[in-house]
Design a protein. Structure first.
Length: 176
């Protein structure tokens, strides 16, 4: 292999592996900076004590937004952006069976629509409803039920984190 090509291969490998963290997927190195219209956000359509709400809240706060609880009144209501989560569907389904017709592989999925509006419910663009559809498969072994239950919990947590990351990236680069 020529020295220049070898250098490019090593450089690309270093860039790829520096963005990944021990199997946790790709993460942005620098925090996302959001526009001023997203400094205060109220999330609607999720249970406040749910894991998805917590992951979304954490990601938004890491991006510099303050998340206002749904039941709290806000003195600066006009500067609050509403994030509407709609049609939330999550679950698992069997995608492969053993020869004994027992579940062998499951697909965990998370699907929902989301949109942004101002406090008065006015959307900037009527076509601004976005959809996220994430899934992840995992093998199931009845001999390791406790381990597989924990693996399922971790996969769900990663799906929530990935969905939150995609929403924040849309906020950073997309329209309101």
């Amino acid at each position: 292999m020529r020295p220049r090509r070898l250098f490019l291969v090593i450089l690309m490998s270093a860039l790829i592996f520096s963005g990944c963290s021990a199997g946790n997927g790709f993460h942005l190195r620098q925090p996302v900076q959001l526009a001023s219209q997203y400094k205060q956000i109220r999330i609607e359509g999720l249970a406040v004590d749910g894991e998805f709400y917590k992951a979304l809240k954490y990601t938004l706060q890491e991006s510099g937004s303050s998340v206002i609880p749904p039941n709290e009144t806000n003195r600066q209501a006009s500067s609050t952006t509403l994030l509407h989560i709609q049609n939330l569907r999550e679950g698992k389904r069997v995608v492969a069976y053993t020869s004994e017709r027992k579940a062998r592989e499951y697909l965990l999925y998370l699907k929902f629509d989301y949109s942004f509006s101002d406090q008065l419910g006015k959307r900037a663009n009527q076509a601004s409803v976005h959809r996220i559809n994430l899934d992840h498969s995992f093998l199931y072994d009845a001999n390791f039920v406790l381990g597989k239950t924990e693996e399922e919990r971790q996969i769900r947590e990663k799906l929530y984190q990935e969905a939150a990351r995609l929403i924040v990236l849309k906020m950073q680069y997309g329209e309101k």
